[in-house]
Design a protein around this ligand. Structure first.
Ligand SMILES: C[S@@+](CC[C@H](N)C(=O)[O-])C[C@H]1O[C@@H](n2cnc3c(N)ncnc32)[C@H](O)[C@@H]1O
Length: 208
C-alpha cells in the first residue's frame, strides 16, 4: 500500500468513527503499561508510541509523570482526538504526523512502543524501512515493545490485511539487533464483545 493511500485510509477512519467505535479501542492499556514498567522506565525516559492513534496510553503515561513522550501517527485526526482528551496535558507531549516507514527520526528513544501498527506492513520493503528506523531510533540498551495480532488472531483489521506474529517470527523480522526479553498473550475484548488474540513482545536493543 502506498503511503498516501494508507494516510487517506486512517484519516477517514478517525474522521468517521469515534474513539470507542473501533475494534482496537482499549479503556486501559494494561499490557503495554506492564511491559513499559518492565523496562525499568523512569519519568525522564524518552518513549515513543508508533501508530499511537487516539490510544489512551499517552494519558496514562502523562498521569504517571513521564515527561518525554512522543506519539507518532499517520492520521492527524487521531492525534487531535488524543490531544483534545488530554487538554492541558497535551502540551507536554510531542505529536508527530508521519508514516513510520518514511519518517526520519531526529531523536533517540529509550522505549519504542507499537500496538497494532506494525502488523499492517504486509510488504517486505515497508517492514525493512520500519525496522531500519527502529534500529536507528532506539538507543543501545533501550527497548522495543511490539504488539500485533497473534498467530491465531484476525487476518484483517479495519478492512486491511495484516501479518500475524509470535515472538519468534517477530524477533526474526526485527533482526539480531533486538533480543527478546519477554512475551505474553493478550485476549483483547473489542467494544462489541468479541475477542482478538494479540501477542506483546518486549525486545532489548543490543550491539550497534
Ligand atoms: C489499529 S490502530 C492502533 C492504534 C493504537 N496503537 C491503539 O492501540 O489504540 C493502528 C494505528 O496505526 C496507524 N498507522 C498505520 N500505519 C502506520 C504507519 N505506516 N505509520 C504511522 N502510523 C500508522 C493508524 O493511523 C492507526 O492509528
Amino acid at each position: 500500500m502506498e503511503s498516501h493511500d494508507r494516510q487517506d485510509h486512517w484519516q477517514s477512519v478517525y474522521t468517521k468513527k469515534s474513539e470507542s467505535e473501533v475494534s482496537w479501542f482499549q479503556e486501559n492499556p494494561a499490557p503495554s503499561l506492564a511491559m513499559i514498567e518492565q523496562t525499568g522506565a523512569a519519568p525522564g525516559s524518552a518513549i515513543i508510541d508508533i501508530g499511537g492513534g487516539a490510544s489512551r496510553l499517552v494519558d496514562r503515561l502523562v498521569e504517571r509523570d513521564f515527561r518525554n513522550v512522543t506519539v507518532l501517527d499517520l492520521s492527524r485526526a487521531a492525534l487531535e482526538v488524543a490531544k483534545a482528551r488530554l487538554g492541558d496535558g497535551a502540551a507536554q507531549v510531542q505529536w508527530l504526523v508521519a508514516d513510520g516507514t518514511i519518517w526520519e527520526p531526529q531523536d533517540t528513544y529509550d522505549i519504542w512502543h507499537d500496538r497494532a501498527a506494525f502488523h499492517f506492513l504486509t510488504d517486505q520493503a515497508d517492514r525493512a524501512a520500519y525496522v531500519a528506523r527502529l534500529g536507528q531510533a532506539v538507543r543501545v540498551g533501550g527497548h522495543a515493545i511490539i504488539a500485533t495480532f497473534a498467530l491465531d488472531g484476525p487476518e484483517r483489521c479495519s478492512g486491511l490485511p495484516v501479518v500475524r506474529y509470535d515472538a519468534a517470527s517477530l524477533g526474526k523480522t526485527l533482526g539480531d539487533r533486538f533480543e527478546l526479553v519477554n512475551t505474553r498473550s493478550d485476549a483483547h475484548a473489542t467494544p462489541w464483545g468479541s475477542e482478538q488474540s494479540f501477542q506483546f513482545s518486549l525486545f532489548r536493543r543490543v550491539g550497534s
